[in-house]
Each structure stands twice: as C-alpha cells, then as structure tokens.
Ligand binder design. Sequence first.
Ligand code: NAD
Length: 443
Amino acid sequence: MNFKTDINYRKQSLIKLLNTVQNHEDEIIKALYDDFKKPAFEAVATETSYIISELKHTIKNIHKWAKPALVLPSILNFPSTDYIYKEPFGKVLIIAPWNYPYHLALCPLIAAVAAGNQVVLKPSELTPNTARIISKIISETFDKNHVACVEGGVEVSQELLSQRWDYIFFTGSVAVGKIVAQAAAKNLTPVTLELGGKSPCIVDETVNPKLVAKRIVWGKFLNAGQTCIAPDYLIVHQAIKPRLIDCLKEEIKNAFGENPEASPDFARIVNEKNWKRQISLLENENIIVGGTSNASDCYLSPTLLDEPRLNSQVMTDEIFGPILPILSYKTEEDISNIVNKYEKPLALYIFSENKAFVKTCIEKYSFGGGCINDTVSHIINRRLPFGGVGHSGIGAYHGKLSFYIFSHQKSIVKKANWLDLPVKYAPYGDKLSSMKKFLQWFS
Ligand code: NAD
C-alpha cells in the first residue's frame, strides 16, 4: 500500500468507497432521519447524491489532477523543463459539523484521499447515528493506517488538535474555528476553515415577490434553517415589504402546509440545547408568522420576525435555525449600515432586476459567495470555489480545487545539461551591462 505515490491505489480506494457508500445509502438516509428527522428527499439531494457525484467526478479526473503539470519555463533558466509536482501534505485531520453530517465529513475526505494523504476524520457527536454509519463505511473501505474515523465529542477533538498534523480541514462555528487556528499555529500547520456567520439576503423593489418568496423559503427552511449558507436575515425595500411578507406566508404554507409539524418535509432542531437557543432568540421579538414549538421533538415552525433591533440577540448571533428576521430599507446607506455592522458573511443574496444595484452590492460587500435572484444554489456548482472570507472562513474547496487544497504544489526546474550559459556565474567581470540588456529584452 503506497497511497502517497501510487495514484492507481488511491483511485481503487475511491472506487471501493463509492461501492460502500452506494451499498449503505439507505442506512445513511435512515441515520439522518433518526438524528434530526432530515427528510429523505433532502438527505438524498444534499447529502448522499452529492457524495456519489463528487466520488465519480474525482475517480474520473484523479490521474489528470495528480500528474505533474508542465508550465512554460523561464528563459532565464534556459534550457530547462519546469513543472509542478502535487505532493500530499501527509497526515490530515478533518473535523466535521452536524448539520450536513455526512456530506461535510465525506466531501473533504474524498479529496484528501485523492491527493494521497493519510486521514483521520472526526464526525460530529451531535449526529451520532450518522457518525456511526460514517465510521462503518470507513472501516469497511480503508486500511486503518490510511483512513481512520474517530467518533467522540469535544474532548476527542481537543485531543486530536493537541497532536501534530500536516493539514487541518475544519468545518464548524467561528468560535471553534479560532480554537482550531490557534492549535494549528503551534506547528504552523496549514488550515482550511469553513465557518459560518450572518448571511444577508437583500431584496429590492424591482422583483416579482412571489418568485422571490419561493426561493427564499426554500433556501431558508431547507434542513430547518440549519444550513451554513441559509439566508440569516432579509433586508427588504420598504415599498415591497408588505407584499413580500404576504408571499412568504403563502410559500411557507405551500411548502409545509397549515401545520409544518405534521409535514414530512420539515426537519427538527438537532438537540435540546440548540432548540432552547432558538426559542430564546424569539424573546421580545415581533413574530409575524410561526413561533410555534414543541420541546419533546425539538420542533420550531418556520418563523418570520418583523424589524428586530440590530443589537438584539437574533441579530447578533448566527441564527442557524428556522427563524427569519425581516428588516426594511429605504436607501442604499440603510443596507450598508446593516451589512457592515457584522463580520464578512459566508454568503450574500441579492434579489433585483436592477443590474446597477446588483453590481454595487457585489462590489461593495465582501462575502464568501452567493447568488443573484436565488439562495444557496452556488454550492451546487463544483466549478465554483466554496468558502468564506474574513470571519466566515479561510480557503475554499469543491471539485478540482479540493484536490489542490490537499496537495502541496512543489515547483521543479529540471535543468538540461547540454548547454550551460556562463552569464550567471562569478567572476562577474564586465557581464553586468550585457545582463541588464538581456533582462530588459525578457522582462
Ligand atoms: P461546532 O464548531 O460547534 O462543531 C464542529 C466540530 O468541532 C464538531 O465535530 C465538534 O466536536 C468540534 N468541536 C466543538 N467544540 C470544540 C472545541 N471547543 N474544541 C475542539 N473541537 C470542538 O459547529 P457545529 O455546531 O457542528 O456546526 C454549526 C456551525 O458550523 C455553524 O456556525 C455553521 O455556519 C458552520 N458550518 C459551516 C459550513 C461551511 O461550509 N462553511 C458548513 C456547515 C456548518
């Protein structure tokens, strides 16, 4: 077994992983339901099918991505052949969150294996059923000296972070991201941090409110709002706000019926602690839709809040649940005053038919990625880098980029021996003026 240098071995490992995940797909869907009633449709659409597709794409391209990439040589090195050799970092630690517990554990793992690394994966303890299946899949597929899954809670993460790694890939909260970055700094270990934040969704007065409402309700209440790139809050032009609220109410009903608790398409909050936090966010707020809850099932209905204060808890914390605050604006300055109050978000969404307004928003605000006239969908295209900026994260991945982030790009100049130009060697004598001319020609 030499996964470091043998690309065929890596490819065979990924083919084996593909077979294993396909064989266990029903168990994964059930585990996701057992963990927080993730609807089967969402489990397939956002977790299992994503991983199958990522595996197929990686298996198809691994040889192309892994082979040394020739680059044009510098004339100053003439004669030479220059290339980039993709070296695995070595020992990689992946720490995953609970909200897409299968997708966010397996997606970086596929790339780390493809790039030739030895991997330890720590899935989230908050989704124990899914963690168990992930562990089973990994032990059935890989030799434990190649890829291992370590289940457990915060103390296990802390123990792992106290060890030395060659790369750490972390997905989770900003607060824990800082802990990971500190632990990594001790050994100058490179990191990817896929974090969260408050992702705004701006709606101007030029839109079709019915269509906008449908796209917002989909992106916000998918996974019961527990999506890192879900719209966290709306900033709506005051002229369209009443109509948009009516449409949002209508679309919530269309998606989840009169009683979302009875809908098979609406997930639950992952645990009691997080459920209590959601409920506390509603205190003293003006609830215009929803707010219905059931502690025994960690249920909170899709909830709309009207004009919370910017310094209320719901507007200072990342919501990460089915609560959508609606703020209004009159001028572009009002929007800036809200968006710039917070750290750079992971996502930003703009609904508008006004090209100039869209351009201004994209130029003015720094955010990981986003959509114009939709929510969440930018994650689907693996040709788009996925990641944050500032407090919402460091680094980006997906598709080919994932392979690259788990590889050190080693630059090699292979000098030919049939010619050895004397210019660069001492004694320099009167070579300075001819070297200057030479550099002028080629710069
Ligand atoms: P979290 O940070 O609480 O936990 C993530 C992982 O870190 C878990 O495996 C957990 O065991 C571990 N962990 C928790 N506390 C730790 C500590 N003190 N020391 C070391 N390890 C610790 O995050 P979460 O609640 O699982 O996920 C929700 C957060 O993740 C949200 O902020 C969300 O925005 C973010 N998120 C980001 C992305 C992304 O791709 N950018 C995707 C999903 C979730």
